[in-house]
Design a protein around this ligand. Structure first.
Ligand code: UD1
Length: 347
C-alpha cells in the first residue's frame, strides 16, 4: 500500500520541491500550509509538474484543533515539518513571534503525530546550528554553537525537542522516531521553472538577490566583505541544489518507513561537500547565463561566519544520497525561474 507523507509548509520553497520528489517516488502527499509566507504559485506548479490533482489544506500548525483534524482525516505515515518562519534578521526584531510560531507549530505536530499513531518525524534543521565552526568541513559530530539569532535558536530547540520526544516515547504506542536534516545553503529552482523561491520584499539570501539584480529589480548586488581570511576574501559556503536537497528527503523518509534507521533519532548534513566563495558563485552565474552582473564590495554583514561547508559522508554512505547537480545547472535553473516570474515567454 502507498505510504502517506504530510508535508507541513508544503507550499514554500523547500516544501514544494520535496512534494514533487515524494510524488515522483510514489508517495501520497498531504500538503498543508498557512500561506503566511507564500502564495498558491508553487502549489499550482507542483500540480503541473506532477500532473496530480493534489488537495491543498489551509492549516495553521499553531492551531492544535486544525492539526488534530488533519491527522484524523488522513492516515499519515510520516511528517516532514517545514512550517516555520525563516528570516534571521526578522527573528532578531521579533523574537516572541519566532519562538511562538516555530516552537508551537512543531510541538503541535509532535503531539498530534504521537496521538494518532504516526511514528516518523523528519525535521528541517540548518547548518546554522554549527555557528562559526572550529574546523571545516563540519560533520554531524561537530559541536553545535550557541545560536546567534532567535531563528537559529528555534532550530536548536526543535532539534532538542525531537531528541527528547524520541527518548521519552520509545516503546510506547505513541513512539516517535526522528531524522534531523541539517541543510547548508539551499539554492536554485526546479528545472521546469514552475516552482522556485519567492522572497517577500528585498531578499536576504544571496542567490535571489543575484537573480533580482540580473533581471533589473535591484540595482546592484552588495558582496558583504572581501577581507575575510579566504582565498579571494569573500565568505565560503556550501550551496546545495534545491532538487538534490529535496531528494535527500525522499531517501530519509524511505529509511524511516522501511525500518532502516540505526538509531531512533538520526542526524544528517545535507550539503555538497564543496565550498564556494561568494565571488566564485557570482562569476559562475555570469558565465553560465552569459550576462554581466552589477555588483560592488560592501562591508561585512553582522552575524556572517567566514567559512562553513559540509562533510556529507554520512548521508552519502548511510542514506545512499549524494548531491549530483553542478553549480552551473543550479544557477541556470535559478535564472530561468526569475525570468519565469518576470513573465518571459519560453524560458
Ligand atoms: C542564511 C542564514 C542561515 C539560513 C540560510 C537559509 C544568516 C547569518 N544565516 O545563511 O541561518 O539557514 O540563510 O538559506 O543569515 N551575501 C552577499 N550579499 C547579499 C546576500 C548574501 O554578499 O546580498 C553573502 C553573505 O555574506 C554570505 C553568502 O552570501 O557570505 C550567503 O548568504 P545567504 O544566502 O544569506 O546565506 P547564509 O548567511 O549563509
Amino acid at each position: 500500500m502507498k505510504k502517506t507523507v504530510l508535508v507541513s509548509g508544503g507550499a514554500g520553497f523547500i516544501g514544494s520541491h520535496v512534494t514533487v520528489e515524494l510524488i515522483e517516488a510514489g508517495y501520497d502527499v498531504v500538503v498543508a500550509d498557512n500561506m503566511s509566507n507564500c502564495d498558491k504559485t508553487c502549489f499550482e506548479g507542483v500540480k503541473k509538474i506532477t500532473g496530480k490533482d493534489l488537495k491543498f489544506n489551509l492549516v495553521d500548525f499553531c492551531d492544535m484543533e486544525a492539526v488534530n483534524k488533519l491527522f484524523s482525516e488522513n492516515r499519515i505515515d510520516a511528517v516532514i515539518h517545514f512550517a516555520a518562519f525563516k528570516a534571521v534578521g526578522e527573528s532578531v526584531a521579533k523574537p516572541v513571534m519566532y519562538y511562538k510560531n516555530n516552537l508551537e507549530s512543531f510541538l503541535n505536530v509532535l503531539e498530534a503525530a504521537s496521538g494518532h499513531g504516526c511514528h516518523n518525524i523528519l525535521f528541517s534543521s540548518s547548518a546554522t546550528v554549527y555557528g562559526e565552526p572550529d574546523a571545516v568541513p563540519v560533520t554531524e559530530k561537530s559541536p553545535r554553537k550557541p545560536a546567534t539569532s532567535p531563528y537559529g535558536n528555534t532550530k536548536q530547540m526543535c532539534e532538542d525537542i525531537l531528541q527528547d520526544t524520541v527518548k521519552a516515547t520509545k516503546g510506547s504506542d505513541g513512539e516517535i522516531k526522528g531524522i534531523l536534516l541539517r541543510y547548508f545553503n539551499p539554492i536554485g529552482a526546479h528545472p521546469s521553472a514552475l516552482i522556485g523561491e519567492l522572497p517577500r520584499g528585498v531578499p536576504n539570501n544571496l542567490v535571489p538577490f543575484i537573480t533580482q539584480t540580473a533581471i533589473g529589480k535591484r540595482e546592484c548586488l552588495s558582496i558583504f566583505g572581501n577581507d575575510y581570511p579566504t582565498p579571494d576574501g569573500t565568505c565560503l559556503r556550501d550551496y546545495i541544489d534545491i532538487v538534490d536537497l529535496a531528494k535527500a528527503h525522499v531517501s530519509a523518509v524511505g529509511r524511516m518507513l522501511e525500518g532502516k534507521m540505526k538509531e531512533d533519532c538520526e542526524v544528517f548534513n545535507i550539503g555538497t561537500g564543496r565550498p564556494l566563495s561568494v565571488l566564485e558563485l557570482v562569476n559562475a552565474f555570469e558565465k553560465v547565463n552569459n550576462l554581466k552582473l552589477n555588483y560592488k564590495f560592501a562591508p561585512r554583514r553582522a552575524g556572517d561566519v567566514t567559512a562553513i561547508w559540509a562533510d556529507p559522508t554520512l548521508a552519502n554512505t548511510e542514506m545512499g544520497w549524494k548531491a549530483t547537480r553542478t553549480i552551473e545547472e543550479t544557477l541556470e535553473a535559478a535564472w530561468k525561474w526569475e525570468k519565469h516570474l518576470a513573465g518571459y515567454e519560453n524560458v
